[in-house]
Design a protein. Sequence first.
Length: 452
Amino acid sequence: MKPLPRTARAYIVCAALGAGACALPALLPPSPTPWATAGLLAALYALCELPGRCRLLGRALGASAPLGTGSFYPVLLTAALLLPPAAAALTALPGGLLARVEEPPAGWRRTWRAAAPALATWAAARTAAALDGRAALAAPDFPAALLPALAAALAFCLVLTALDGGVRATADGLPLRAAWRGLLGRALAPHLVHGLAGLMMGVLWRSPHGPAAALLVLLPMYLSCWVFAQYHHERAAHQATIRALVQAVDIKDSYTRGHSERVGRASVLIARELGMAGDRLDVVRFAGILHDVGKLGVPTRVLRKDGPLTPEERRIIELHPEYGHEMIRGIGFLGEARDAVLHHHERIDGSGYPYGLRGEEIPECARVVAVADAFDAMTSTRSYSRARPVPTALAELERCAGSQFDPRMVAALVRALARHGWQTAVTADEPGPQVPAPRAPGPLAARTGEPA
């Protein structure tokens, strides 16, 4: 277990002291804290965190995938709209202290999960108070109430992401810019939705129906968060499946260790240049990572043979795309990636394998992976070939564009590497000086997909 750095511990202590300072006025007389509302909201937020902390209760409620921290922030934003800032900060503390902690150090993590939301809730309540949010809720005047609710949610989001970026920087040793990169973009929309849910809860809380009616807002929120958590659980299972397959290939063909991951990375670079986005990028990455999974069906003596391949051994090697397609055919989430695994050794001129497809008959994803596969094969040192410099490899790809490779994919890789560069790495078990010179082009192309 990696110990928490001193800077991270000091940062968490400062956050905890700040949260305590924000909540303390609610406990000191003469305090205008409406304890009935504050106590109910604090208890509700803490109760919402219990399924995540108690495994038995979580399973009883059907939470096969645990709900993440932040699922019940609408309760805190309701507190920000209904309560004075100090009392609103106080409502976040019990739930944070009860939050489930997966990894050590549990004490520090639990302190952080109490302090950060408390500070964010205090900032949200101050923002709502500045815009007279409680008066707008009392009316209720929805156009007027929307502004303080959304402003409170925005303040909550900004403070929480700023604090999270700081703890990432101190705990992981990241530069501040890298630690904050992407946090606000991912959090903004969910927190604005939480703000609207908090507004609905606040309006119902102040209505003649009282707090019991406000609880109805939590049910759809809980269900949506549960579905979202299920999605992430399933995605994590997909990633684990792919990692297991790739590790099995790397163990069997140790000379190409790391090749699959780099082909996935190069495939994504090409796909982005072609304008692919979203789920399509994931498919292309999966295709690149799994393109050689069929090697699990090839005898190890053939994969690791040092001498030239016989015609029969070459025919065995050329079966690996079909083996790979059969292995992953039942994995539904791979989609188009299965076609790329099957056809990544087809050639534009129709002389490839296994079916001799030509031109546009070859699936687009397979044409992307073919270029990425050949590029990494040429720029990595193997037992049977030395690594070529990146410019040399790109020149070879351009030479073979139109016959072996799709010129569009080659041009996309050239543009992507000019913009992003490429990290080359030796993938053979032996160091560079012991690697023999390349063999004849035929077997080499059969093994790696290099231009022949």
